[in-house]
Design a protein around this ligand. Sequence first.
Ligand SMILES: [Fe+2]
Length: 273
Amino acid sequence: MQPSITRIAHISDVHLLAERAQKHQDLRVRFLSFGRVLDAAARIRKLIAALRKAVRSGADHVLVSGDLTESGTPEQFETLASVLDELGIDPARLTLVPGNHDAYTSKDGWSKALEGPLRRYRAQAATDAGKVVELGDVAILPLDVACHQPVTRSSGMVTDDALERLERRLQDRAIATRTTLLVQHHPPYVHGSRAWQWVDGLSNAGRLTALLARFPETHVMHGHLHKCVDKTITGTRTRVFGAPALVEDDEESTRVRLYEVRSGHVASAGLAA
Ligand SMILES: [Fe+2]
């Protein structure tokens, strides 16, 4: 019998702006978007193009690994919801995870969005650590590492409580026998520079990698670095995959990463056409 293949599409760093606030982007948005054109419609078109590619690729599931919005305002989350609703994306096949940008406006912007405009997508989205999105032979663990902070920082945080929940989940026999994909915004590494770790790193990353080393069937899919990453955590079989930033793509050439999971092995399958 042929081994089953699970296909995953991965989009990241959308940085959506609010459609209705086009002419009145606040100072926070101007700071965060420094060097990029503040064109809400163009960012929406890129997201539509990328999601269409992901669906056309035949992916069983689509991951969006954070920085869904530029600054996490209610209007930006509403824009995201209306794009998803209008495209008719099947909520059961989409996992949304927030990034540091989604928490700049408020501590609870993401959770309020999941109770409001994004409620149709909540069941598969990052909420409590240790949550499982079932996908046949594959278990997806969406993890929210975003924390509310000034715009001058871009760090993430995996709390001790989240690590304990993750550990309990990974020890679960129903999970341990399957390929597990941990989806989070920040990469699971500690920066070489302590100062940069404080500004941009994932707090508790050392504990997270030590945990992952104990569960070799778990792999990480992340965003934040705005580039493709294919790595292995040193001394382990744990693969780490990073997706490029949609906000930096041209509308005509949006990049959607594809992976294939087969017999417990996760492989990059290039970019969706
Ligand atoms: Fe980003």
